[in-house]
Design a protein around this ligand. Structure first.
Ligand code: CA
Length: 226
């Protein structure tokens, strides 16, 4: 799960990122509205946490623009102001939920889970992700198969989570790079290959029947061997 945080208060943005990170989410941060809009359009995020008052382009306008382009991405709006007119404006702009600062961390996490669940992104992050004989735990990055288990690095976890959540689909290297390394990163095709080989080694160590199959010139997908 990749979340975009658009928040100009630098400290709050990084606190949010830390909080979400600990729950197994990957996050990117933008500190102004125009960059935020640009990133939100990329299609690589599962949810946007959007501050109302932003430099460049305010959160309401950003959201209206995004919705007018047909983006269905779940948006959780944050604002310092608690008056009703503002809340109405936020919801009218197309926000899925609205929180007033200061908000409680647990409430924010509950909203994020709710919105992801509602959008069908299967975001029960407390629940393990299952595929074949594999079980992947979001909180601890623990990958297990029967009695054996290994702990994954952050990148390995993000990559395997992506493959497991899309186990019926072939993912291209471009999709993998965007989802796992992000929009602004300098990662190259090579990075995906390197991490795929790390994961293959771990799957072999676990004696899993799940294999990462290479589809030549296209990408990768998971395959459960019979
Ligand atoms: Ca602000």
């Amino acid at each position: 799960m990749r979340l975009l945080i658009v928040e100009d208060e630098v400290r709050l943005a990084s606190t949010l990122a830390d909080l979400l990170h600990r729950q197994g989410y990957t996050t990117d941060i933008c500190h102004d509205g125009l960059t935020g809009l640009d990133n939100a359009r990329s299609g690589i995020y599962d949810l946007v946490i959007l501050d109302a008052m932003l430099p460049g382009l305010d959160g309401f306008s950003l959201l209206q623009q995004l919705r007018s382009e047909g983006s269905p991405i779940p948006v959780l709006m944050l604002t310092a102001r608690s008056d009703v007119a503002d809340r109405v404006r936020g919801l009218d702009s197309g926000a899925d939920y609205y929180l007033t600062k200061p908000f409680d961390a647990q409430e924010l996490l509950a909203c994020v889970r709710l919105l992801l669940r509602r959008s069908g992104s299967e975001s029960r992050t407390d629940d393990a992700i299952l595929c074949g004989d594999l079980r992947l735990e979001p909180g601890s990055f623990l990958l297990s198969c029967g009695q054996r288990s290994v702990r994954l690095s952050r990148r390995e976890y993000d990559l395997l989570e992506l493959l497991m959540r899309n186990s019926k689909i072939i993912l291209t290297k471009e999709q993998i790079l965007l989802k796992v390394w992000g929009y602004d990163s300098d990662a190259e095709d090579n990075n995906a290959e390197v991490y795929i080989s790390f994961l293959r080694r771990k799957l072999a160590h676990l004696h899993s029947t799940v294999k990462i199959k290479t589809i030549r010139l296209v990408g990768y997908c998971l395959e459960v061997e019979q």
